[in-house]
Write a protein that binds this ligand. Structure first.
Ligand code: ADP
Ligand code: MG
Length: 402
C-alpha cells in the first residue's frame, strides 16, 4: 500500500510492499508523509531503509523521541524495592521504587513510584506509603496490580503507534497461584498480548550471562530489599532455592534502631538507607568513614545532628548480615554434591542492590572460601535477564513459570 497522499515513486511502492510483507504496522506507512514533513528527512533516506528493525529504529532516531515505535516486547522486574521495565531495542526505560501512596480514608492513590517514595516518612496524617511487595511476597495483591498496570501504561502510553506487547515479568520465586494470576491479569489489562513469568533468581542468572541451560551448576545470591534468594541453577531449572525474608531493608531497620538506642536520634527510612549506602559495610577492610546524620532528638524533640562512624554501623547490621551468611551456608549444604563441585570451580555470583553493600563479597569469601563475583550492575540483572528471555523465548521456554 502506498502511503496515502504521499508522492512517491516505484521504489517506494516496492518498499511499501516489502513493509507489508514483513508485517510492519500499517500506520507506519499511512503516516509516512507526515514523518517526512515533520522530520525533514529526505525521501532518499526513507527509501534506503531495508530491514524491519532498521526501519523502526531509524524512524525513531529521526524524530529523536522513540515514541513512534510501538512497544513490542517488554521485560519487567517486579522487585520488593524497585520495579524496572526494559523495552526491546531501547533498554531500561523505567526504574522506580515499588511504592504506592494511598489516602487511608478515601483509598485514593496519591502517587506511585518515585513520587510515592518521596512521601515515605514525610506523609501527612492520613496518607500511607505502601510497599505492596514487602518481604518478597505480594503483600497487597490489589495495590501490586495497580502499580504494575500503572508502570506498564507509563511505558506504552506515549507511543503514537500501539500494538499489544509481549511481557516477561520476573516474580519472587514461590509466589502463589493467586499472586501469579494477579500479575498476569494486571499485565493483560495494561494491554499485554501475552504474559510470561520467570523466577527472579533465574532471571538474575540469565541477566548475569550464566549458562543456565547447561548441566553445570551455578549459584546466584540475589539480595533485594525484602528478601535474599539463593538459587542453584542447572539444566534450565532451579535445583535448590533458599529464601529468607532478610534483605537491604532489614539493614535500614537495624540502623534506625541503633541510632534511637544509642543516640536518642529518630530518623526515617530514607535517611537510614542513605547511611547504609554511604558508610555501611559488612567486613572490616581497613577503610572507615564518618557521616553527619540529622534527625529528631527523642527526648527534647528538637532536630539535631550526630556524627556516625562506619564501624558502629557495621556492628549494628551484624545480625541481618549474619542471617544472609547463614542462608548461604544452608544453601551450600543442600546443594547436590556434583553441583557443589561446579560451584567450587565457578564461584558464586551476587546480584540485587544488596550485593553493593561494601565488603559483603569479602565476608562471604572469608566464610565460604569460594570465589564471589558481584555483577557490575547488580540492580538491573533481573530485568536484563527477562529481556534476554524475550529475545529467545524458544530457547528459554523451559525456565518460564507455568
Ligand atoms: P528488589 O529486587 O527487592 O526490588 P533491589 O535489587 O532493587 O531490590 O535492591 C534494593 C536494595 O538494595 C535496597 O535495600 C537498597 O537500599 C539496596 N541498595 C541499593 N544500592 C545500594 C548500595 N550502593 N549499597 C548498599 N545497598 C544498596
Ligand atoms: Mg530483585
Amino acid at each position: 500500500m502506498r502511503p496515502r497522499g504521499a508522492r512517491v515513486g516505484s521504489a517506494a511502492r516496492e518498499r511499501a510492499k516489502r513493509i507489508r510483507d514483513t508485517g510492519i504496522p500499517e500506520e507506519v506507512n499511512v503516516r509516512s508523509k507526515a514523518f517526512l514533513a515533520r522530520g525533514g528527512a529526505s525521501r532518499g533516506s526513507f527509501l534506503a531503509l531495508t530491514t524491519r528493525e532498521a526501519d523502526l529504529s531509524a524512524l525513531s532516531d529521526w524524530f529523536g523521541s522513540g515514541r513512534l515505535v510501538p512497544v513490542n516486547d517488554i521485560a519487567v522486574d517486579l522487585g520488593t524495592a524497585n520495579t524496572l521495565v526494559y523495552v526491546k531495542g531501547e533498554g531500561i526505560v523505567l526504574n522506580e521504587p515499588s511504592v504506592v501512596a494511598v489516602n487511608k480514608g478515601s483509598k485514593r492513590i496519591m502517587g506511585i513510584g518515585l513520587e510515592a517514595k518521596r512521601m515515605l516518612g514525610r506523609t501527612p496524617e492520613g496518607i500511607e506509603a505502601i510497599r505492596p511487595l514487602k518481604d518478597g511476597v505480594i503483600a497487597d495483591v490489589d495495590i501490586t496490580e495497580l502499580m504494575l498496570r500503572h508502570f506498564l501504561k507509563e511505558v506504552t502510553k506515549k507511543r503514537i503507534f500501539r500494538i499489544k506487547p509481549r511481557v516477561v515479568v520476573g516474580v519472587p520465586s514461590g509466589i502463589t497461584e493467586l499472586e501469579r494470576r494477579a500479575v498476569r491479569s494486571s499485565a493483560m489489562s495494561a494491554g499485554a498480548k501475552a504474559v510470561y513469568m520467570v523466577d527472579e533468581p533465574m532471571a538474575a542468572a540469565i541477566g548475569v550471562g550464566l549458562p543456565v541451560e547447561t548441566p553445570t551448576g551455578n549459584m546466584v545470591i540475589d539480595i533485594g530489599g525484602g528478601t535474599t534468594e539463593i538459587a542453584v541453577i542447572a539444566l534450565s531449572g532451579i535445583v535448590s532455592n533458599t529464601s529468607i525474608r532478610v534483605g537491604g531493608d532489614e539493614l535500614d531497620r537495624a540502623i534506625v534502631t541503633f541510632l534511637r538506642k544509642n543516640y536518642n536520634l529518630l530518623i526515617g527510612e530514607p535517611t537510614s538507607e542513605a547511611i547504609k549506602i554511604q558508610i555501611g559495610s559488612a567486613f572490616d577492610f581497613g577503610e572507615e568513614r564518618e557521616m553527619d546524620v540529622k534527625g529528631r532528638d527523642l527526648v527534647s524533640g528538637i532536630p539535631k545532628t550526630v556524627k556516625v562512624h562506619s564501624q558502629e554501623v557495621r556492628e549494628c547490621i551484624q545480625e541481618p548480615i549474619q542471617a544472609i551468611v547463614e542462608a548461604v551456608r544452608r544453601a551450600l549444604e543442600i546443594t547436590p554434591p556434583e553441583l557443589s563441585a561446579d560451584i567450587v570451580d565457578r564461584g558464586i555470583v551476587m546480584t540485587g542492590g544488596g550485593a553493593l553493600i561494601r565488603g559483603l563479597d569479602r565476608l562471604l569469601y572469608h566464610e565460604t572460601n569460594l570465589p564471589i563475583h558481584v555483577d557490575d550492575e547488580p540492580l538491573t540483572c533481573v530485568v536484563r535477564g527477562a529481556g534476554r528471555i524475550l529475545d529467545d523465548l524458544h530457547k528459554y521456554r523451559t525456565v518460564l513459570v507455568p
